[in-house]
Design a protein around this ligand. Sequence first.
Ligand code: AHM
Ligand code: MG
Length: 335
Amino acid sequence: DYQYALDRDSTTLARHVLQQLQSFSPEAQDLSALMNRIALAGKLIARRLTRAGLVEDALGFTGRTNVQGESVKKMDIFANQVFISAFQQSGLVCRLASEEMENPYYIPENCPIGRYTLLYDPIDGSSNVDINLNVGSIFSIRRQEGEDLDHSAKDLLQAGRNQIAAGYILYGPSTLLVYSIGRGVHAFTLDPSLGEFILSAENIRIPDHGPVYSVNEGNFWQWEDSIRDYIRYVHRHEGYTARYSGALVGDIHRILFQGGVFLYPGTVKKPEGKLRLLYESAPLAFLVEQAGGRASTGSQEILDVIPDKLHARTPLIIGSREDVALVESFIQEGD
Ligand code: AHM
Ligand code: MG
C-alpha cells in the first residue's frame, strides 16, 4: 500500500544516519550533514557522467600526470573539484585529501572549526569513463586530531581502524551509495525523480564464501609464485568464476552481495601493488569488515596498516572471509 512506499521513500541517507545513532547528539548531526554533502557530490558527478558524451570537456585526458605518475582524465579533475565545492561553507571539513592532489586541500573558512578530514578517490577506475562503463568514488571520514599547523598532514598517517565512516558511490545503471559509520553496511539508490538517495538494502552481510575471483590476470608473470599458485588452484577447481571490470568499486560491490575475493597483489617490481591505502583500500576494508568479510595485505589486516605517506600503497586481498583466508594460506606457504 502507499503507506509502505512512502515510509520507504522517506528513508533518505541523512535520516538513516540519525536513526542509527538514535540521538540528536552533535556527532549524529555532523555525520548526517557530512553524508549529505558526500551525497551531493555523488549526484553532481552522476549527472555529468550521464551526459558525458554530450557536454564539453567531459571525456579524455587533460595531458597532465598526477603525483602517482598516472595520466589525469578530465573527469578526475572535475570530480576532485566537486568534493571540494561540496564541502565549502560546511563548517565540517577543514581538509580534504585525494588521489588527485599531492598535498591536502585546506578550506580556510572551515578551519579550525572543521572537526573532520575527508579522504577520497574522486573517480575510481577512470579508464572506464570513456567507454561508458561503471566507475566509482571512494570516501573515508576521519576525526581531525591536532591542528596540523604546518600543513604536513602527518596526523593522517594512522591505521584504518580510526575511520569514523567510509563508503563508496557506484555510478552504474543506477547510482548507488554504500556506507558504514561502524554500524553495519547500508546501500542507497539515487532516485533521479526525487534527487535523493533512498535506502535500498540495510545491514548487508557478505557471504563467507563465493564463486567470484577478481584480479588482473594480465599481471600473472609479474607476480610472486604464491599468487600464481593460488590462481592455478582456482583454475583447477570447480565453482570459480572470473569477474574484473577495471573499477574496484564495481568489483567489490559484486563481491559484497555475491561473495568471493578481489585481489590486487604486489608484483616483483612493485611489491606494494597499485592501490592506495588511505583512500582506496582502507575505506573498502572498513566496509567489508562491517559486512562480516575481511581485507588483508597477505600478512596483515588492512585496517592495522599504518601508512608512511599520504599516497602509500599496499597489496589488497578483500572479500569473503574464507576466500581471503585461502589466498593468505598460499602467501604464507610461500614465505
Ligand atoms: P584509479 O583510481 O587511478 O582509476 O586506479 C584504481 C583502479 C581500480 O579501480 C582498479 O581495480 C585498478 O585500478 C585496475 O588496475 P589495472 O588496470 O592495473 O588492472
Ligand atoms: Mg582509484
